[in-house]
Design a protein around this ligand. Structure first.
Ligand code: EPU
Length: 302
């Protein structure tokens, strides 16, 4: 979607918002799939409520893009204006065991920054791509660690109240790849509380996580991590692999040869191809196991 309202366009500068016309949104995602839209980059989140009020006043649909590592964006001209928060440096402030992080901060860099300050706990999350905000929204987890465990406070823009609010950790529920945040809540910053752990020990455990991940997941291919959530008590990857589907594809959308719950863009895959692959694999798993796999990746289609 393109912004055409001259009054709105003129107002962007005073709200510290930068406009990139006709931006390739796919290029901002780890799958490198997705169409085109105007992109608004917000340089000061305090202006976010006003920006969103103005957009909705003009009846303009919008979507927020975080780190882009767990989203499958539809092809073609997108029916939404895209909004992204600009990253900030430095984006992590540490006081004792309390760590204040901007939602735009890279998750892996945050884990290593905390390590340098002798704070651990999140080593398992080291290879999870994307931003702290994205990890928080879906309670990202790996190797027995979930980010929700460490959350003390979250500053969030709530579409329901059109305000920036601060929620205490106890007010948010975290479950497997799920949180109680509303779909249109926008993560702004989070305060984590991490256990003290000597740098050398954190680094050792980071290495262990990295090695496990390198041995079992396609690290250098275009993917959105696991496509499906694991069903209760089961493993989506093992089920798909058991059906001999590694390497199976629709166009350039393929089931990874390394981990069957990772679907990769092996070239110029489109969202249409990736969605066809997701449906086809889900149907085969359902036929074989009677289990309907639920997507973990967030699909943006109309
Ligand atoms: N397996 C196979 N074939 C495969 C993949 C897995 O047989 O192609 C088997 C493995 O040998 C193992 C079992 O399935 O016995 C489980 O596999 P794995 O340890 O790789 O864990 P997973 O359940 O597939 C989950 C998370 C990952 C996370 C890893 C490590 C989900 C959907 N996936 O994978 O998270 O990195 O554990 O903790 O919960 C993500 O969320 O995007 C993600 C990749």
């Amino acid at each position: 979607m393109r912004l055409t309202d001259p009054i709105l366009i003129a107002a962007l500068a005073e709200l510290a918002v930068e406009r990139r016309e006709g931006a390739s949104i796919g290029a901002l995602t780890s799958l490198e799939i997705g169409g085109v839209s105007d992109l608004l980059i917000v340089h000061d989140s305090r202006h976010l409520p006003e920006l969103l009020r103005r957009l909705s006043g003009c009846g303009i649909a919008h979507r927020f893009l975080g780190g882009g590592s767990n989203v499958l964006v539809m092809d073609g001209e997108l029916p939404w204006i895209m909004i992204k928060l600009a990253g900030r440096t430095p984006d992590v402030t540490i006081e004792g065991q309390s760590v204040l992080v901007e939602a735009t901060a890279d998750l892996g860099r945050t884990v290593t920054f905390c390590a340098k300050n002798d704070l651990g706990g999140m080593e398992g999350l080291i290879g999870v791509p994307g931003s702290v905000g994205g990890a928080l929204r879906m309670n990202a987890g790996a190797y027995g660690t979930q980010i929700g465990t460490f959350v003390r406070e979250v500053e969030v823009y709530r579409a329901a109240s059109q305000q920036i609010e601060t929620l205490r950790g106890e007010q948010i529920s975290f479950a497997y790849r799920h949180t109680s945040f509303a779909p249109d809540d926008i993560m702004l910053r989070v305060r984590l509380e991490l256990p003290r752990k000597p740098y050398a020990d954190v680094v050792r455990d980071i290495r262990v996580s990295n090695e496990k991940r390198r041995a079992s997941q396609p690290m250098n291919q275009k993917s959105a991590g696991c496509i499906f959530k694991n069903p209760p008590g089961g493993s989506a990857g093992r089920m798909i692999d058991g059906l001999g589907l590694k390497g199976f594809g629709v166009g350039d959308a393929r089931v990874s040869d390394r981990h069957a719950n990772f679907f990769v863009n092996a070239g110029q895959a489109t969202a249409r191809e990736m969605l066809a692959l997701i449906d086809s694999v889900r149907e085969r798993v359902h036929t074989a196991h009677g289990v309907s796999l639920e997507e973990e990746v967030i699909v943006w289609s109309t």
